[in-house]
Design a protein around this ligand. Structure first.
Ligand code: RIB
Ligand code: CA
Length: 312
């Protein structure tokens, strides 16, 4: 089986941690490295969380590189209410023994792309600051990017307001750079990720795996589940970031449409919105993204359960 070379960019966070466990436990993925951005928490905490998850659940020396501590032009906005003060809810891991890579996130991605014999898929699941900086500072590496499979945006809904999703809310300017870059985008927005929820029954299945990964995810889902069930229409918590990894592993479980997606950076009520043009009479040559809209949730949950079983 040919492995998929991947670099993930994360703001670990609860669902980022689950996405990392899914990627690291999948034989189909060759995780070349993980870069970190501020988002769910301040960079100090998202970096610590990422080092902890990669060190404890990773199978070897997966590099972790430190990235942007704030958006391109705005101050950092983060919301401790969703992922908790630590960024991982009430879940705890041993202190990481690994240290951040000597290169920062942007230069780590650049160097990895330059040295790779094959194109690499970027999987950003936080604010797109690191990816935007890479594309602006080193446009020559675009030819070495297979595609960008990102978690963020939403064709028909937001979670920060009616139209804007958190990752784009934090850094809309970075998102516009990425969507306008000419690199092929797979957008795993709220349209699909709000269908990727774990019910309490699912969380108990994950816990029943009896592995350290299962225990960790079940514990991390605790406050996250309560937040979603008490504040959204969902009967569980959305595991947003794991959907981006699932697209790589099982695109056949996912329904999507091609579109021309633009990011609004000037609106007062629409700042950060992913404006998706699906019109049949649009100029299809301008399409820049595959917009994911639906997922086979049962299969997605089984994938998470099996990932926890196969992880340590
Ligand atoms: O809107 C959901 C996204 O924001 C996820 O990536 C979650 O981790 C948070 O970063
Ligand atoms: Ca995230």
């Amino acid at each position: 089986m040919k492995k998929i070379p991947v670099i993930m960019d994360v703001d670990t966070g609860i669902d980022d941690a689950v996405a990392l466990i899914l990627a690291m436990s999948s034989p189909q993925i060759d995780l070349k490295g993980v870069t970190v951005v501020a988002g769910n928490q301040i960079l100090e905490k998202t970096l610590y969380n990422t080092l902890s998850v990669v060190d404890y659940f990773g199978s070897g020396n997966i590099p972790v590189a430190k990235g942007a501590s704030k958006p391109l032009v705005r101050d950092l906005y983060f919301d401790a209410a969703t992922h908790g003060e630590s960024g991982l809810g009430t879940a705890q891991l041993p202190p990481p023994q690994i240290k951040p890579h000597h290169l920062d996130a942007v230069d780590f991605i650049r160097e990895t792309l330059e040295n790779s014999q094959e194109k690499i898929t970027l999987v950003p699941v936080g604010p797109l600051t690191n990816i935007a900086l890479l594309l602006m500072c080193y446009p020559h590496v675009k030819d070495k990017i297979d595609k960008i499979v990102m978690m963020g945006g939403g064709a028909f809904e937001g979670n920060m307001n009616a139209v804007c999703e958190f990752n784009l809310f934090v850094d809309p300017e970075a998102a516009q750079v990425v969507f306008d870059s000419g690199v092929e985008i797979v957008m795993c927005g709220l349209d699909i990720t709000m269908k990727s929820y774990t019910t309490m029954e699912d969380i108990l299945r994950i816990k029943a795996t009896g592995t350290a990964a299962g225990e960790f995810c079940a514990e991390a889902f605790g406050v996250y589940y309560d937040r979603y069930v008490n504040n959204s229409r969902l009967p569980g918590c959305a595991v947003h970031d794991a959907v981006a990894v699932t697209y790589l592993l099982h695109p056949e479980w996912i329904t999507s449409k091609r579109a021309n997606v633009k990011v609004d950076i000037e609106g007062t009520e629409t700042l950060g919105q992913t404006v998706c043009d699906f019109r049949e009479n649009r100029i299809k040559a301008l399409d820049n993204a595959t917009v994911c809209l639906d997922i086979d949730r049962e299969k997605f949950i089984d994938l998470l359960v099996n990932a926890c079983k196969s992880c340590k």
